[in-house]
Design a protein around this ligand. Structure first.
Ligand SMILES: *[C@@H]1O[C@H](CO)[C@@H](O)[C@H](O)[C@H]1NC(C)=O
Ligand SMILES: *[C@@H]1O[C@H](CO)[C@@H](O)[C@H](O)[C@H]1NC(C)=O
Ligand SMILES: *[C@@H]1O[C@H](CO)[C@@H](O)[C@H](O)[C@H]1NC(C)=O
Ligand SMILES: *[C@@H]1O[C@H](CO)[C@@H](O)[C@H](O)[C@H]1NC(C)=O
Ligand SMILES: *[C@@H]1O[C@H](CO)[C@@H](O)[C@H](O)[C@H]1NC(C)=O
Ligand SMILES: *[C@@H]1O[C@H](CO)[C@@H](O)[C@H](O)[C@H]1NC(C)=O
Length: 938
């Protein structure tokens, strides 16, 4: 499953990481659980086949309901008179148990808080026999949950609302569609039959086998072919009026197509191509064709309402529209990459997840780590100029290095029994650290060995489940001699412990000693975890080595490493291409040599990924108190001559954090000026007026650089963007597809006629049905420079004008784009409208999660006071109170962090600081008025 998409920031903040899929799935309420041990008993009964018969009539669709009958063939492993299956929000009418002359009766209790339905027989069912359990039931197609079997909708060309019924089962949604053994290891085959209105079509995991029509009742019944042996969470079905692209075949003959709302066919061709490419690449990579996995077709579908990014149902992958529908004239390059990588992610899951499945949700990383790895490394095989292997380092590795340096970070494998805990596994650790650790494994094994091991893993566990240790063992026969121990040992602490090592280098004449210790942002030395660390490096003697990722030496839990430098060697830089999951701290002498090289011509031939790693590491060392900000900000001055997308991406991540955690304008103003000055040559390299959409990295860099430039009030950028916005409002000249996001936000931020400009863009939102355009506008509308209009905009989120899966874009666009004012607006909005949330969303969780997000953006005591005031509101729900209290606590921590950080930054920016700051100060005095105006608004 794919995490919620969060587009590149118009936002200067550390939360707005410009990675593709930041965030977690929509938060669902976690009901109190009867017991923390809610696993099914694996030794009692097991299903071998489900015959599932579903009925969704036109009337059902209108009312949001369905009916079903499931017939489960059971394998009895032990004599018993009762067993447990899962069901949730289903109304069970009849239950029968037959087989082997079973003459007893059965009863089913209502589902308990664990979603357990206990089936009790009047007589024992006996070991070794097959029984047939048949259950008739009805269920609801929910509009708000986007979980289970649910209802989505869209407006057709005539403006009529059309409903469709679709599924999202990972992790525990299947039990809302049919009673089942809803855990990944209870694999079975499925024979699915669906009855639906004859104006619709039905899709499921496999191809249709037989269709029968009942013209009199306007119904059609389709029986789908038997599925391979698979887990319940990967079942999918859709009843809709979707149209599909023509069928295209992958190299192995697998027919594939892509489906979506009527009218989207043209814009689905990008995804069709991406799908074929992904199936072909995965076949080459694993040496197992998709068709050989056991399913004979691949359909992908774009769902108008979708809780997460995408879902890898076997043979019927489903996506949010922004992740599948791409319009070549209107959607940006960024979104094209989103489609290709989303598709690569979900189709990689067909091998890693669907064919070989995790045994327990505790090891979610085993499937999500692979899918995230292939998200980049599969699409990279075809779109070489997108440099996805390098983007992987920025978007996955460097991002998770920050999260994983918190004291409360979790290990990749983490025992979960509680349903709430299962959901909490959908975090950056499972996805990003999972993929980063696999990348490291690939590097020290070598690509060829890695592929051999993967093939063995898939073959050994075909249509079955596997554990992390079984994965590591698959590579045992293929590992190079230098690997210091068994792979289960080498990978142990990477999997079972949180965090990662900081490698520290000290030079003594020609000898460099490398030692390790866990890196923590809190500058806390109490964690003694040690790892097996593969080391690669490059020295000034041969900068061509930066591309070599074969391990040079191993650091082990109980030995340090000594690297002996050639006398000529001037500098040494560890971790080529950042394939190792760790940070590197150089002693003063070594860092000074690197700094000199970076400031020489061509950055001393130091590779851009290494530069990016240095920038990222140094900024995080300052944050952790392992380096002084004054030194690090001086170190970064080499970037005046560095125009690499990679270096800048890392730098902007660091600057986002600084801007998010400062409040005092005496610090912020010179900080912003520092960033703007540093960007001078970067901006020359990507002028507003020169677009080159064929060049992917150029385009990504241009959007990133100009987003920052316009937000910092850089004159050329602001003038060009506002001019382009005016051309749109006056001459209806649509801004270029790649710079739209900048034009919209900057136009509104600098608007001279706020009401008209806001209305103009809002009406554009209402009039488009292209999801990428809708989201791009939603993310910009909060930039409007008028607090009253922003309140009005926030209210729109509580109406049917905004799909529930998009409301966070609305909120964030306000609280993250307007400095303190945005947060104030949000707090005011919550106070005035909190009562409307539950009514609209059917749950308090949208509100409570919003409160916690806003809490993270609080920068001053007044805002905390506002929250405390709100807490006194009479009759406030307990869950809201809890959320507010938590937000107050985290905001209070922020304030401390802000005061510490501002104290540290004073060394560089404060009034009593050294030489470099004085020049800034002079200019500031002149600029302060103008600058303040701009800064006030973002
Ligand atoms: C599963 O059921 C068997 C038989 O009733 C019982 O002996 C065993 O303890 C159960 N296992 C678990 C994990 O509950
Ligand atoms: C049913 O099976 C249980 C567990 O094996 C056993 O203890 C019990 O005696 C059996 N009851 C009958 C009536 O056979
Ligand atoms: C450098 O390392 C070599 C070999 O490990 C050792 O013989 C030598 O004494 C070391 N030199 C210094 C100055 O530590
Ligand atoms: C894991 O870390 C511990 C310290 O927390 C260390 O004692 C142990 O040797 C490490 N084990 C492996 C296999 O790396
Ligand atoms: C490795 O270096 C650290 C830090 O200098 C030192 O405390 C430790 O004893 C060394 N370990 C070995 C095995 O030499
Ligand atoms: C637009 O940007 C270009 C390139 O940065 C610059 O030369 C030009 O002056 C800008 N136009 C305006 C109206 O500021």
């Amino acid at each position: 499953m794919w995490r919620l998409l969060c587009i590149l920031a118009l936002v200067i903040s550390s939360e707005a990481r410009p990675k593709k899929y930041a965030g977690i799935p929509l938060q669902k309420p976690v009901s109190p659980r009867a017991s923390t041990d809610n696993r099914l008993n694996k030794t009692l009964v097991k299903p071998s086949n489900y015959a599932l018969d579903l009925k969704v009539t036109k009337d059902n669709l209108d009312k949001g309901e369905f009916s079903g009958a499931v017939t489960i063939t059971l394998n009895v492993l032990k004599d018993t008179d009762s067993f447990v299956i899962h069901a949730k929000a289903l109304n069970i009418s009849t239950v029968t148990l037959t087989g082997n002359n079973y003459a007893g009766t059965v009863t089913a209790e209502d589902a308990d808080a664990n979603d357990f339905v206990t089936i009790t027989g009047s007589k024992n069912i006996t070991k070794g026999d097959n029984y047939i359990l048949k259950i008739d039931y009805t269920g609801v197609l929910s509009d708000t949950d986007m979980d289970g079997f649910y209802r989505s909708s869209y407006k057709d060309a005539d403006g009529n609302t059309k409903y469709l019924a679709t599924t999202q089962f990972e992790q525990t949604g299947a039990r809302r569609a049919f009673p089942c053994f809803d855990e990944p290891s209870f694999k079975a085959t499925f024979d699915i039959t669906i009855t639906y209105p004859d104006t619709s079509t039905a899709l499921s995991n496999t191809e249709p086998k037989k269709t029968r029509s009942d013209a009199e009742n306007g119904l059609v019944t389709v029986a789908f072919k038997t599925t391979p042996k698979m887990s319940t969470y990967l079942i999918a079905f859709i009843v809709s009026e979707f149209e599909c692209t023509d069928i295209k075949k992958a190299d192995d003959g697998t027919p594939t197509s892509v489906c979506g709302r009527p009218g989207t066919k043209e814009t689905l061709s990008n995804a069709l191509k991406a799908g074929i490419e992904a199936l072909n690449t995965m076949k080459t990579f694993t040496n197992i064709a998709y068709g050989a996995l056991g399913n004979k077709k691949m359909t992908q579908a774009a769902i108008p309402d979708f809780a997460t990014g995408a879902m890898e149902n076997w043979g019927l992958a489903t996506y949010r529209e922004t992740d599948l529908i791409w319009d070549k004239d209107q959607s940006s390059n960024y979104y094209q990459e989103v489609v290709y990588t989303a598709v690569a992610h979900e189709l990689a899951h067909q091998w890693f997840g669907d064919y070989v499945t995790i045994d327990s949700w505790s090891d979610l990383f085993l499937k999500e780590g692979f899918a995230t790895y292939f998200e980049y490394h599969s699409a990279a095989q075809v779109h070489k100029d997108w440099q996805l292997e390098k983007q992987f380092v920025l978007e996955q590795v460097q991002t998770i290095l920050v999260t994983d340096s918190r004291k409360d970070s979790e290990a990749l494998s983490y025992n979960t029994s509680d349903l709430g805990e299962i959901e909490s596994r959908y975090n950056d650790v499972s996805y990003s650290k999972g993929s980063a650790v696999l990348k490291m494994l690939q590097s020290f094994l070598g690509l060829k060995n890695f592929k051999k091991g993967l093939n063995k893993y898939l073959t050994d566990h075909a249509q079955n489940v596997a554990t992390p240790d079984e994965l590591w063992s698959s590579f045992e026969d293929f590992k190079p001699k230098d690997v210091p121990d068994k792979l289960t040992v080498v990978m142990d602490n990477w999997t079972k412990k949180a965090g990662y090592p900081l490698l520290s280098l000290t030079q003594n004449e020609a000898n460099i000693t490398v030692t390790q210790q866990r890196f923590l942002l809190s500058d806390d030395d109490s964690d003694y975890t040690k790892w097996y660390v593969p080391i690669t490096y490059t020295t000034s003697a041969d900068p061509s080595k930066f591309t070599e990722t074969t391990t040079k030496q191993w650091l082990t839990p109980d030995t340090n490493v000594t690297i002996v430098l050639d006398k000529k060697d001037n500098w040494i830089i560890l971790n080529n291409q950042q394939v190792g999951y760790y940070r590197v701290n150089y002693d003063k002498t070594l860092l000074a040599k690197i700094k000199d090289a970076l400031n020489s011509d061509g950055q001393g031939k130091i590779d851009e990924i290494s530069r990016s790693q240095l920038v990222d590491d140094q900024l995080n060392f300052a944050r952790a108190g392992k380096a002084e900000y004054a030194d690090v900000l001086k170190f970064l001055e080499f970037m005046k001559n560095d125009n690499s997308y990679y270096t800048w991406y890392s730098a902007f991540e660091g600057f986002s954090y600084l801007l998010k955690r400062t409040n005092d304008d005496k610090i912020r103003t010179p900080l912003k000026k520092y960033v703007k000055d540093l960007m001078e040559s970067l901006l020359v390299s990507v002028p507003f007026t020169t677009e080159n959409p064929k060049a992917q990295i150029y385009t990504l860099k241009q959007v990133l650089a100009l987003t920052w430039a316009c937000n910092l009030g850089e004159e050329n950028c602001v003038n060009n963007a506002t001019a382009a916005f005016t051309s749109y409002t006056t001459d209806d000249k649509i801004p270029s597809r790649n710079l739209k996001s900048i034009v919209y936000c900057t136009g509104l931020k600098n608007s001279k006629n706020s009401t008209n400009d806001y209305d103009f863009l809002y009406n554009k939102y209402l009039s488009t049905d292209l999801a990428t355009e809708q989201v791009t506008i939603l993310e910009a509308l909060g930039c409007i420079n008028n607090s009253t209009i922003r309140q009005e905009y926030l209210k729109v989120a509580l109406t049917d004008k905004v799909r529930i899966h998009n409301v966070d874009f609305v909120f964030k666009s306000v609280y993250s784009n307007n400095e303190k004012e945005g947060v104030n607006d949000m707090l005011q909005f919550i106070q005035n409208n909190y009562q409307d949330f539950e009514k609209h969303f059917g749950t308090q969780s949208t509100l409570t999660s919003l409160i916690s997000k806003v809490g993270d953006w609080i920068t001053n005591q007044d805002q905390i006071d506002t929250l405390n005031e709100f807490l006194k509101t009479y009759g406030l729900d307990a869950s809201i109170k809890e959320a507010v209290k938590t937000a107050v606590a985290s905001a209070t921590t922020n304030l401390k962090e802000i005061s510490t950080l501002e104290g540290k930054l004073k060394d560089y920016f404060g009034p009593t600081s050294g030489a470099s700051i004085n020049t800034y100060h002079l200019v500031n005095l002149a600029l302060i008025g103008v600058v303040y105006l701009f800064f006030n608004f973002f």
